[in-house]
Write a protein that binds this ligand. Structure first.
Ligand code: NAP
Length: 294
């Protein structure tokens, strides 16, 4: 017994350090060295208890949802964009001159309302903080110069402010050409095209322009709901397959099919949040096509 022990001590002291320094722990708590000889194994074969380390599963933190800023979120189209974005799980803020609209609909309580005027650029800076994409639904009618300001200058201000903040995507709800009507509403269309040009130059990769014709849906005027869909939906049904007619001179563009506010909103939110949505102009047929996709 004594000679066996001294033999063990001798053989352990004569072993090279590298052979003894690299045992691997087995699951059963025993040690194993890949280069151990059968004689060496007597040295390390003693069972000893080692608690097996359990891998700790730490769930990754949920990604914080993107924040979408809807300019004109209280308007007809803007309210549909807010609702669509909320349904898709985004954080939604809006900026318009009168702030939170006086409606008692649950979606409105979930929007962060900012008061500001796009014609006074300083009033919109703060609302762009932490925003990943902007959808502008600001536009309207009036005298030619008012229309140019609202559809053009106001949106150009917003586009520049968003670009300066480093926001990656910007969607502008513009309007389709209406032939003769363009001439009658010169300020409106010139404003739209000026804003479009600014968007394409500042947001080469993340700028999307939607060009709907007439938009139908339920429009709120004061305390009344006007069901524009009663006229718009049948017109859409008739005109959506008559694209060649829109090429007729003068009257053709007036045959552009109407599209629902819900469809415009769906495409606007997707264009603002899907990084592979192609930049550029989406006409009414494109809006209808994209809105049918899941
Ligand atoms: N409705 C259609 O059939 C149709 C068709 C084609 C294209 N579009 C285009 O779609 C866009 C939305 O149209 P809409 O019918 O929804 O218009 P809307 O109902 O009149 O809404 C306009 C929104 O813009 C806000 N706004 C107006 N001036 C502003 C300013 N200077 N600064 C900040 N916010 C301002 C308004 O809120 P405050 O008044 O509180 O500021 C409102 O929230 C427009 O660009 C329009 O040209 C509409």
């Amino acid at each position: 017994m004594r000679s066996a022990l001294s033999h063990l001590i001798r053989s352990s002291s004569s072993a090279s350090p590298s052979r003894l320094s690299s045992p691997v722990l087995l699951k059963n708590g025993k040690a194993f060295s890949s280069d151990a000889t059968p004689r060496d194994s007597r040295l390390v074969d003693e069972p000893f208890k080692v608690e097996e380390a359990e891998p700790v599963k730490v769930p990754p933190p949920p990604p914080s949802p993107d924040k979408l800023l809807v300019l004109g979120g209280s308007g007809f189209v803007g309210s549909h964009v807010c609702k669509e974005a909320l349904e898709r799980g985004f954080v939604v803020s809006s900026l318009n001159r009168s702030g939170k609209p006086s409606i008692s609909e649950s979606w409105a309580d979930k929007v962060i309302w900012n008061q500001g005027n796009l014609l006074e650029p300083a009033s919109l800076e703060d609302s762009m903080d932490g925003v990943s994409a902007v959808v502008s639904c600001v536009g309207g009618f009036g005298s030619n110069s008012q229309m140019f300001k609202l559809n053009g200058t106001a949106n150009i201000n917003a586009i520049r402010a968003a670009a300066e903040k480093g926001i990656k995507r910007f969607v502008y709800v513009s309007a389709a050409d209406f032939g003769l009507v363009n001439y009658l509403l010169q300020g409106y269309y010139e404003g739209k095209r000026a804003a479009e040009a600014e968007l394409l130059s500042k947001f080469t990769y993340g700028g999307v322009i939607l060009r709907p014709g007439f938009i139908h849906g339920t429009r709120r005027v004061g305390s009344m709901n006007i069901p524009l869909g009663l006229v718009g939906s049948p017109m859409q049904m008739v005109l959506q397959n008559a694209k060649p007619l829109t090429r007729l001179p003068l009257v053709g563009p007036m045959l552009t099919p109407p599209v629902s506010a819900a469809s415009v909103a769906k495409v606007a939110v997707r264009a603002a949040t899907d990084p592979v949505f192609p930049p550029g102009i989406v006409d009414v047929y494109g809006i209808m096509r994209y809105s049918e996709q899941k």
